[in-house]
Design a binder for this molecule. Structure first.
Ligand code: 5AD
Ligand code: FES
Length: 361
């Protein structure tokens, strides 16, 4: 079947997904158009903001793709103070962002658990319960995830990075800290506890085929995921995967493939939240807006205090590293309007899919 027939028929199996991901020219435009229509039908044109604070780049793990991996000695490590994190939460609240995301390098320790737990409670108090809170703090034990849920977090992002266990192994050291099975268990635990559960993958990694990407989308569907954040892989010179850079797709093609992944996923999962990843903006200044036009409905403005931003370099050319939160806000208002969107101020912007899933529909 061709792209037009697939879009009319609407049933997306592995072969059909591959055809969509390989679409070019007019076919590609048809895909984008259909995805945008579905988004407008299901979710309207509202884009929701999540104020993102990357509060520490200290990481206990050593993923082969990531610039802040433990073994990278070139990184200046930082930890934003509790007071500054709370200031950022106040900023998000006062600017009506509706939601707040706390992300950091991956650490598991009683002290870290307690710190996050206390911050969650304080953010709930300072925002009078109005600010939604998402965590993106990697794999944790069930007990820790329960504690954070009780303290006020209600969404959690944990990217599977690649849903193919063999590929996962090629992107991570072979040890208990980087175990695919544990990653999967953590995702299931998040769902069981009652978090709105988000995952995602990197697109354009070395050794990855279009078939693998189709499998990633099917994984999200079968997992009944509520939220997705996926972005292009961008090589970082101080990481092991950098040695395979000559095997990568040109960066523009990785960007284009990411747009097609977002559009295809929107057709497959009509009511989930899909974020326009910051990595898209690293490649194209209008990257996130382009994602919004093909199915994304969430943007995560970076509100990390300016002086720390340069050091949260998961990949190279990270955008907006020199800006302060206030400047980002003004810039985003304009950008979303340009993408024919409207910002859902003061709303949590929960995943509709989550509410249907938990209501048993
Ligand atoms: N390029 C693109 N995305 C990356 N991430 C980590 N390193 C890179 C990279 N080099 C993504 C991972 C992780 C998220 C926080 O950032 O998917 O889950
Ligand atoms: Fe920090 Fe992978 S390097 S979580």
């Amino acid at each position: 079947m061709g792209v037009k027939e697939i879009l009319e028929d609407g049933k997306l199996g592995r072969e059909e997904i591959i055809t969509l991901l390989e679409a070019t020219g007019e076919d590609k435009q048809l895909l984008f158009k259909r995805a945008n229509e579905i988004k407008l039908q299901e979710l309207g044109n509202l884009v929701h903001f999540r104020g993102l604070v990357e509060f520490s780049n200290i990481c206990g793990k050593d993923c082969y793709y990531c610039g802040i991996r433990k073994s990278n000695r070139e990184v200046h490590r930082y930890n934003v103070s509790d007071e500054q994190i709370l200031d950022a939460a106040r900023f998000a609240h006062m600017n009506a962002y509706g939601s707040f995301v706390m992300q950091a390098g991956e650490l598991e320790s009683p002290a870290f658990t307690l710190r996050v737990e206390n911050l969650l409670k304080e953010i709930k108090i300072l925002s009078k319960g109005e600010l939604g809170i998402t965590l993106s703090l990697g794999e944790q034990t069930e007990e820790v995830l329960e504690r954070w849920f009780t303290a006020g977090a209600h969404r959690y992002l944990l990217r599977i990075e690649s849903s193919n266990p063999e590929l996962y192994q090629r992107y991570h050291p072979s040890d208990t800290l980087h175990d695919y099975a544990r990653r999967l268990t953590s995702l299931k635990t998040l769902q069981r506890i009652g978090y709105q559960t988000g995952t995602g993958v990197m697109i354009g990694l070395p050794f990855q085929s279009t078939g693998d990407l189709a499998d990633d989308l099917l994984f999200m569907k079968h997992f009944d995921i509520d939220m997705v954040g996926m972005g292009p892989y961008i090589e970082h010179q101080h990481t092991p995967l950098f040695q395979f850079r000559s095997e990568l797709l040109p960066i523009q093609e990785r960007f284009d493939l990411t747009l097609k992944m977002i559009a295809t996923l929107r057709i497959m999962m009509k009511d989930i939240n899909i974020a326009a990843a910051t990595a898209m903006q690293a490649i194209d200044p209008l990257g996130r807006e382009k994602a919004v036009k093909v199915g994304a409905n969430i943007i995560m403005p970076n509100i990390t205090p300016g002086k720390f931003r340069n050091d949260y370099a998961l990949y190279e050319n990270k955008p907006c590293v020199d800006e302060e939160p206030e400047e980002c806000k003004n810039c985003l208002d304009v950008r979303i309007q340009l993408a024919d969107g409207e910002i859902g101020y003061n709303e949590w912007g929960d995943s509709k899919h989550f509410h249907k899933r938990t209501a048993g529909e």
